[in-house]
Structure formats: C-alpha cells, structure tokens
Design a protein around this ligand. Structure first.
Ligand code: ATP
Ligand code: MG
Length: 504
C-alpha cells in the first residue's frame, strides 16, 4: 500500500527567550496513521504540535505542507478550518459554562429560524450526539467546573473528535488524567478515525500506549530529532534509551520502610458528595497508596481531609488528638500538604514566577516576620531546579512558560519546601517522563525514610504497587479494603475497586 502524505514538516525551529525549544525538526505524517511523539519533559513535543495547530508561529527558515499546499496557519481557527485540530495538554473548557455550551462554543449555538434566540433544545440534541460517540453520560446543563478532571478531559476529547472536516487530530497527553475504561473508549475511537483516513499525532508519557495505539514513533530530545521507529516492533526500553540518552533499569526504587506511630486517623468520614463513612489510619514512615477507579472518590476524600471541601460528619485525629481542619490554611499549619492533580486550576499561580510558586506554601520560612525577598526565593527555587532536574531558563520565568511536566515538578518542589509531616499526592507523576518519575519515586522514598507520611493516589497500578507499603482501595465513595504489601496483586486491587459498584 502506498502511503499518502498528509503533512510535511521541514526544518521547523522555535526560540523562546533563553530557550531553543525546537531545532530544525522535519517529519512526515501519513494518511490514517497514528504517529507517536515521545521525549522527556521539556523536549519540545507540545511546542511542535502548537506550531502545527497554529498556536505558535515557528521561527523563520522552515516550512509546512498540508495536502500538497503551503501551510502557514494564522491561528488556531485557521488551522481548524484547514482540518488540523488539537486536544490540549491542559484542560481548556470554560469552567462556569455548561457542558452543552462548551461543546458547541467553537461552532456556535444553533438558533431558532425566525427569532434569533438560541434553540436550546436543538443545542442539547447536538451536544448529546457528540458525547454519545464516546458513551459519556453527563448532565448537559451541569457547569463544567463541577465535573472531575477526568470527565472534563473526556469532554474535551469528544468535542475535538466530533469535527467532521478533521484531517489531522493532535492529542497532547489525552490519557494523562483518565484511566483504563476511558482510555479503551478513546483507543476504540482512534481506530474509527484511522479508518476514516484521519491522521493522529499522539503524545503520551505512558509508554505502554505506544505499542497499543501507535504505528510509528518519533523521539525528540532537547528540541532535536533523535530518531524514528516502527511502533509495533520497537521495544519500550529502546524508546526510553532514545528519550533519556541512558538506560533506566530500576523503575520503582524503594527501600525497606519501618512504619512508626499512627499520625493520621480518619474516623467515619463522610462528605456531602460521594464519600461515605471512610475510616483509615496512616503511620509515620509509610507510603499509604490509595487505589480505585476514576470517580471512586479518592480526590474528594483527600480534599475533605485537607479542608478544601466541607465534611458532613466524622472525625480527623492528628497524633491522637482530634483536629478541625476547616480550610487548607489550617491544614498547612498542621503540617499537612496536598499536591493536587489539577495543576492549572488548583495548583499553580499562573501569572507568577517559578520561584514564587515554589516558596508560596512557606513564606515565613524565608525571612523574619514573614518578609520575603526575591533573592532568597530565587535561591530556593534554584536548589530545587537541581534536585528535581527542572528544565527552566531561570527561577524568574513565569511558571506558565514551563512544559507541562516541569510545571508538575514545581508543585512538587513547593510541597517539599513546605517541610510537611503528612504529604498527600494526587496523581503526582501525571505527565512526568520516565526518567523524572524514577527521580520522584526516590524523593518519596527519602521523605518516608525521613519519617514523613506519604499518602499517594495513583491510577497507575504498577506505580501504586511499586512504591506503596499499604494500599487502601476506594470504590463508589467507600473504602472497600486495605492491603498489606505482601498481599498486593492487580486482581485483589481490582476486586476491591469494583466492590462498591456491585453491591448497589
Ligand atoms: N511560551 C513559552 N515561553 C518560554 N518558554 C517556553 C514556552 N513554551 C515552552 N517553553 C520552553 O520550551 C521547552 C519545550 O517545552 P514543551 O512544552 O514543548 O515540552 P514538552 O516536550 O511538551 O514537555 P512535557 O512532556 O513536560 O509536556 C521547555 O524548555 C519550555 O520551558
Ligand atoms: Mg507538553
């Protein structure tokens, strides 16, 4: 079969102040194929696809050809009209608009024929048809901000793949915040798109997906092209080697932990939403993993403990004493940290420099009476840059200019700096490359050896089993069981994760 070229990219470069994000990248994209782009955090993947989709303009000197014609998108709309769409790495829905409004925003809401009012009935019908494609069951009139991150991501995906004139759909880490079932739905749909002749550019740090969905893989490192492989025959360790330039052998570094006294007790905790009658204890010097399906109430539980959401009933005890953690500030004073999964909305201050984002949780640590000097802040950020290998031009860069994975590392640095005793991580390695993941596991291990308590929500089963000492499993808002490390098996965890849905 002769492969038909859809897109040709030649010598594309992109320079940001202080960073050469892309250096002379050339590639071809063929009709109906899935081209995987891989590379470490900051390698230039998002920058490249933003140029393809008209969000950024490339430096002078390169060119792009779409279906035989010169392609110089003037903006994202122009790219869309020419058939190139992108699903962003970060969520892009408008939080206080409804599901229907968000889905139809780009194309416009349908109007009544005679009067020019919006025809809401028709709008809902169209919106329903879009989400039906992926079998999603959402309330069309709910504001998007009330949906979980995973559901928002699915909505974003359904919006993009419903575009009929699409020739190329770019997916920048679409599965970072969703799990098994939803990923399956997406992959089924990608197969349909391929049959229709749509080409996909697919970015993911979940390396097992390369072989599942990819046809071809291109690896970038430091903004340059490293090489290309057949995704079906390549082996994953080869890809890792190309990405990081060295071999990564031990994925889950973990020392023997000796759990001490109980530091946190949660008794019969219920929230107003989803979470009911949860009880568990966490000890000094252990990693307590929290497993379960997306939507099981894991994030909600953590938010309740942290005081980000109101609790309906139940008690929380710290070191044996009941406490009322009525808001996050109080929790931070009690030396509890919460690293959230949604870095854009809840984690980072986007208009601020990196250093400020690092030190914000502990301003008083930097000077007497809480005075904060930029110089000190920059020094702190610089030290974490080295420890966590954060790729940034300088601590005085706006945090929004960092690559997705490096933004995640900034949040990580913030909570390390806060020097908390109990650290709750919600999907901490989401969007983090393999090399950096291992670095993070080492840091978590070190925290626990230093006597901290780590509570870890993860949808990555291997990661959860790899670094936890115990795993508590949530299902449909309830805690269905706690497993000791010797009893970890995927089957046991899945069984507990489904239990709460079967008993209904
Ligand atoms: N708007 C911007 N201004 C300044 N620098 C930027 C901007 N966007 C990206 N960069 C820099 O360009 C480099 C490449 O970033 P990019 O977002 O393309 O990486 P990535 O491969 O997508 O990484 P990740 O896997 O973490 O998402 C990084 O060093 C980043 O800090
Ligand atoms: Mg990216």
């Amino acid at each position: 079969m002769d492969k038909e070229k859809v897109l040709h990219v030649e010598n594309i470069s992109k320079t940001f102040p202080g960073v050469k994000a892309l250096n002379q990248i050339s590639l071809d994209l063929f009709k109906g194929e899935v081209l995987v782009l891989a590379g470490e955090n900051g390698a230039g993947k998002s920058t490249l696809v933003k140029i393809l989709s008209g969000i950024y303009t490339a430096d002078e000197g390169g060119r792009m050809i779409l279906d035989g014609a010169e392609y110089t998108p003037k903006g994202i709309r122009d790219a869309n009209e020419k058939g190139i769409y992108i699903i962003h790495q970060e969520l892009n829905m408008i939080p206080d608009m409804t599901v229907t409004e968000n889905l139809l925003l780009a194309q416009g809401l349908p109007k009544h024929k005679v009067k020019c009012f919006v025809n809401w009935k028709e709008a809902d019908k169209q919106a329903q048809a879009i989400i039906d494609e992926l079998d999603l069951n959402y309330d069309l009139h709910a504001k998007v901000e009330t949906l979980s991150v995973a559901n928002q991501q699915m909505l974003e995906i359904s919006k993009t793949i419903s575009q009929e004139n699409a020739k190329v759909i770019i997916m920048d880490e679409p599965t970072a915040s969703i799990t098994g079932q939803e990923t399956d739905k997406l992959f089924e749909y990608i197969k349909k798109l391929k049959k229709r002749g749509v080409s996909i550019i697919y970015i993911s740090h979940r390396l097992e997906e390369i072989k599942r969905i990819g046809d071809r893989i291109i690896v970038l490192r430091d903004g340059t092209y490293v090489g290309e492989k057949d995704a079906v025959t390549v082996n994953v360790s080869e890809v890792i080697q190309m990405m990081v330039g060295r071999e990564v052998t031990q994925y889950y570094p973990k020392s023997e932990h000796h759990a001490g006294d109980i530091v946190l007790e949660v008794e019969d905790l219920s929230l107003y939403k989803l979470v009911k009658n949860v009880s568990f204890q966490a000890r000094k010097g252990e990693v307590l993993g929290i497993g379960g399906l997306v939507g099981a109430g894991r994030t909600e539980l953590m938010r309740g403990i942290f005081g980000a959401d109101k609790i309906a009933s139940g008690r929380i005890l710290l070191n044996g004493k009941p406490v009322r953690l009525t808001n996050p500030k109080v929790s931070v004073e009690h030396r509890i940290a919460f690293l959230t999964e949604d870095r854009k909305r809840l984690g980072l201050l986007m208009g601020q420099d990196i250093w400020f984002n690092v030190v914000i949780s502990k301003l008083s640590k930097l000077g007497q009476h809480g005075f904060l000097t930029e110089g000190k802040g920059v020094k702190v950020a610089q030290s974490y840059k080295e420890k966590l290998n954060i790729r940034m031009p300088s601590p005085k860069t706006l945090v929004e200019n960092l690559s997705g994975g490096n933004q995640q590392k900034v949040i990580f640095a913030r909570w390390l700096f806060s020097d908390s005793d109990i650290i709750m991580f919600d999907e901490p390695t989401r969007g983090i490359d393999v090399g950096a993941k291992t670095e993070m596991y080492e840091l978590i291990d070190q925290l626990v050896l230093d006597g901290k308590t780590v509570i870890l929500i993860s949808s990555d089963m291997m990661e959860l089993m790899g670094i936890s000492d115990r795993i508590a499993v949530m299902s449909n808002g309830s805690l269905t069981g706690i497993l000791d490390r010797k009893d970890f098996t995927q089957e046991r965890i899945m069984e507990l994760a489904l239990k709460g849905y079967l008993e209904k």
